[in-house]
Design a protein around this ligand. Structure first.
Ligand code: OAD
Length: 250
């Protein structure tokens, strides 16, 4: 069997699992947005963490050491995301949700699932369009609106006056508890978990497919390269999300 026969067989097996499923969790990572022009984190050369230092840009210590640098980096990513559009994979996932009970759980902060029309995507790592209070007073709001109202860099929390920070989860931080609880519950209730475009390296998020599997779900993994969780999968479909998801779902 050559590679393309194996790819065709894997796609057919994944299609059959989708056709048989009554409750699906779609778990996505940066790869689902790659074809929208948003860089992933760990791809060699193009990944953000190949070009930037996560300890300076994605930790609270890094923010405290240089708040303007970190605010500006997220502001430029926020602007870049705004000019990108959902791709064929986001659209296919939306169509799947309209047909079958589907919960979309994403590690992405780009908001593209929602912009593609997916209802109530669970955002485990926050959303780059939002800001929150660094001091934890509880304020969250739209980051661009805050910048328009307060031109300091970074702007300050409108409630308590501490610095505002991006409303994303940084290394060493807990995931927001409600989204995590909803994601876990959806995985336990699913009969199929479709994993798209993640390296499977960042926990606890990367543990969700194994929670689904332990509760009896089949697992399909979609991506162009090996991931750290491929051994969980009943079917691995090699390819780009935008090429694989439409024929797998429609
Ligand atoms: P990674 O950059 O770690 O992994 C991206 C995955 O997408 C890799 O397995 C790629 O092979 C795959 N990929 C690339 N292009 C693709 C395409 N066109 N179609 C499908 N897959 C493709 O990104 P994540 O796994 O999402 O954390 O990273 C997890 C977390 O680490 C992120 O949420 C982020 C980061 O630090 C936070 O922002 C908190």
């Amino acid at each position: 069997m050559n590679a393309s026969d194996a790819d065709r067989d894997a796609l057919a097996a994944a299609r059959a699992l989708v056709a048989d499923a009554a409750r699906i969790v779609v778990f996505t990572g940066a790869g689902v947005s790659a074809e929208s022009g948003i860089p992933t984190f760990r791809d060699a050369l193009t990944g953000l963490w190949a070009r930037f230092q996560p300890e300076r840009l994605a930790t609270e210590e890094g923010f405290v050491a240089d708040p303007p640098l970190v605010w500006r980096w997220y502001a430029s990513r926020r602007e870049a995301v705004r000019s990108c559009q959902p791709n064929a994979a986001h659209d296919a996932i939306t169509r799947l949700q309209r047909r079958i009970a589907t919960t979309v759980v994403t590690q992405n902060v780009d908001g593209l699932h929602r912009r593609a029309g997916t209802v109530d995507p669970i955002e485990l790592h926050g959303n780059i369009a939002r800001a929150k209070c660094l001091a934890g007073c509880g304020w969250t709001g739209d980051a661009s609106a805050l910048e328009a109202a307060d031109t300091r860099i970074p702007p300050h929390c409108p409630v308590c006056g501490a610095f505002a920070r991006p409303d994303v989860v940084w290394f060493g931080e807990m995931l927001p508890p409600d989204p995590w609880a909803c994601a876990e519950a959806a995985c336990r209730a699913a009969d199929l978990c479709v994993v798209v475009g993640t390296s499977g390296l960042v926990h606890p998020a990367a543990g969700l497919p194994s929670i689904a599997r332990a509760a009896g779900a089949a697992v399909v993994i979609v991506g162009p390269e090996d991931s750290a969780i491929d051994d969980l999968a009943d079917v691995v479909v090699r390819g780009r999300a935008g090429d694989v998801m439409p024929p797998m779902i429609d």
